[in-house]
Design a protein around this ligand. Structure first.
Ligand code: TYM
Length: 404
C-alpha cells in the first residue's frame, strides 16, 4: 500500500485515541469552541501547510497579490501546489477541478468559499475548470430520490454560475447526466475501482459491512474528474494534471485518488484545502446545508439573514454591557467576527473591529450589525446574478465542449 493511504489508515486509529476533532466528507465535529485544530489535521492527513514562503512564490509566479482567503490562511493546507506553480511558470497546461454534492435547493455561505477561490484562480491562471455535481452521491447518502437530487444539482449549478465563472472556460456536469454521456469517464471510474479494495475504502471512509454497495463504489466517481481523459471534449486524450480547491473534508477522496493515479499512468492531482466556514451556533461544527438553523443560504432574504444572525450567531461577548465594556469580547469564538474574516476584505477595517471588540468598545449587537451590513450586499448581488441565469446559459455551461 502506498504512503498516503497507509498514512491515512494509521491516522484513523490515532484519531480515536488522541484527537477530539472528527473530520470526514460527511461530518465535522470539534470539541473546542475555536473549532478544528488545523495544525493537527495537517499532521494527521499528511498534507503540507501553506506557509509564507509558498505564498510569496505564488504571488511572484502569478504576479498578483494573493486572494484574502489565501492571505488570511483560510486556505491553509495543500498537496503539491508547488508543482502546479512550476507548470504555470513554464507554460505547461493544467486545469482546475472542484465540485458540489447537491443536498439542498440552495447553496450556503460556506460553499462560496471554494467557489470564490476557484473563480479567482480561474481568472489568475486562465485555465479550464470542471465542476462535478455529485447528485449520485447525495442520492446514496441522503434521504433523496434520484429525481430530487438531480433537480438540486441543476439549481445548485445556477448558484455556482452566479459566482461569476467564465462560460468559455467552465464545464459543469451532473454525474447522472455525464456518466451516461461519455464512456471515457466511466472507463476511468472502472480503472480506479480496479485499484482500490474494500479494505482500503473501509480504512479511508469508515465504511463497514452494512454500507450499501453504491457508497462503497462511489469514491471512484469523485476521483475520475482528476483524470483529464474523462473529458475528451475538453482535453482530447491528453493527460494533464489538475489542481483541486476544496475544504479539507474532501481530502479522503483525493488521498485515494493520489494513490491510484500513478498506478494507472496519471499525475497525482494537486490540492488546496480550506478551513470550514462555521455553523451559526459556533465553530464546533461546519455550516451544513441540511441544518437550516445553523446555516445562511445564499437565497435567504435580507430579513432572514438579519434574523438568523441576531438570533443564532454565537457571541464571544460578555453577559452584560458593563462586563463587556470591562472585559471585552473574545473574537476567537465570536461567529460574527469569524464570518467577517471571510467576507470583509479590508484588512485595516477588520483589524479595527478586532481591537474594538476585544477591548469592549464594540458591543455584540454592533458587531452583528456590521456583519449584517457586510453580508446583505453579498447575498443581494448573488441573487441578482442568479436571477439572470436563463436555461440557455445553464445549458451552455453543462454542454461537453472544447474550452478555449
Ligand atoms: P459539498 O457539497 O459538501 O461541498 C461543496 C464544497 O464546499 C466545501 N464546503 C465547505 N467549505 C467551507 N465551509 C463549509 N462549511 C463547507 N461545507 C462544504 C466542500 O469541501 C466542497 O469543496 N463530495 C463533494 C462534491 C465534490 C467535490 C469534488 C468537492 C465532487 N467532486 C471535488 C470538492 C472537489 C460534496 O459533497 O461537497
Amino acid at each position: 500500500m502506498s504512503g498516503e493511504l497507509s498514512n491515512n489508515i494509521r491516522s484513523l486509529s490515532i484519531d480515536e485515541k488522541e484527537y477530539d476533532d472528527f473530520v470526514d466528507p460527511w461530518n465535522v465535529v470539534s470539541k473546542a469552541d475555536t473549532g478544528v485544530d488545523y495544525d493537527k489535521l495537517i499532521k494527521r492527513f499528511g498534507s503540507s501547510k501553506i506557509d509564507d514562503e509558498l505564498l510569496s512564490r505564488f504571488e511572484k509566479v502569478t504576479n498578483k497579490p494573493a486572494h484574502h482567503l489565501l492571505r488570511r490562511g483560510f486556505f491553509f493546507s495543500h498537496r503539491d501546489l508547488q508543482l502546479i506553480l512550476n507548470r504555470y511558470e513554464t507554460g505547461k497546461p493544467f486545469y482546475l477541478y472542484t465540485g458540489r454534492g447537491p443536498s439542498s435547493l440552495s447553496m450556503h455561505l460556506g460553499h462560496l468559499i471554494p467557489f470564490t477561490l476557484c473563480k479567482w484562480l480561474q481568472d489568475v491562471f486562465n485555465v479550464p475548470l470542471v465542476i462535478q455535481l455529485t447528485d449520485d452521491e447525495k442520492t446514496l447518502w441522503k434521504d433523496l430520490k434520484v429525481e430530487e437530487a438531480y433537480k438540486m444539482a441543476l439549481e445548485n449549478a445556477k448558484d455556482i454560475i452566479a459566482c461569476g465563472f467564465n462560460v468559455n472556460k467552465t464545464f459543469i456536469f451532473s454525474d447522472f447526466t455525464y456518466l451516461g454521456q461519455r464512456s471515457e469517464f466511466y472507463r476511468n471510474v472502472i480503472r480506479i475501482q480496479k485499484c482500490v479494495t474494500f479494505n482500503q475504502v473501509k480504512g479511508i471512509f469508515g465504511f463497514d459491512d452494512s454500507t450499501v454497495i453504491g457508497k462503497i463504489a462511489f469514491p471512484a466517481v469523485q476521483a475520475a474528474p482528476a483524470l483529464s481523459t474523462s473529458f475528451p471534449d475538453i482535453f482530447g486524450d491528453k493527460k494533464i494534471p489538475c489542481l483541486i480547491p476544496c475544504a479539507i473534508d474532501q481530502d479522503p477522496y483525493f488521498r485515494m485518488t493520489r494513490d491510484v493515479c500513478p498506478r494507472i499512468g496519471f499525475d497525482k492531482p494537486a490540492l488546496l484545502h480550506s478551513k470550514f466556514f462555521p455553523a451559526l451556533q459556533g465553530a464546533k461544527t461546519k455550516m451544513s446545508a441540511s441544518e437550516a438553523n445553523s446555516t445562511i443560504y445564499v437565497n435567504d432574504t435580507p430579513k432572514q439573514l438579519k434574523n438568523k444572525i441576531n438570533k443564532y450567531a454565537f457571541s464571544g461577548g460578555q453577559a452584560t454591557v458593563e462586563e463587556h465594556r470591562e472585559i471585552g469580547g473574545n473574537c476567537d469564538v465570536d461567529i460574527s467576527y469569524q464570518y467577517l474574516r471571510f467576507f470583509l476584505d479590508d484588512d485595516d477595517k477588520l483589524e479595527q473591529i478586532r481591537k474594538d471588540y476585544t477591548s469592549g468598545k464594540l458591543l455584540t449587537g454592533e458587531l452583528k450589525k456590521i456583519l449584517i451590513d457586510t453580508l446583505t450586499p453579498v447575498l443581494v448581488q448573488h441573487q441578482e446574478n442568479r436571477a439572470k441565469i436563463t436555461d440557455d446559459v445553464l445549458e451552455k455551461f453543462m454542454t461537453p465542449r472544447k474550452l478555449l
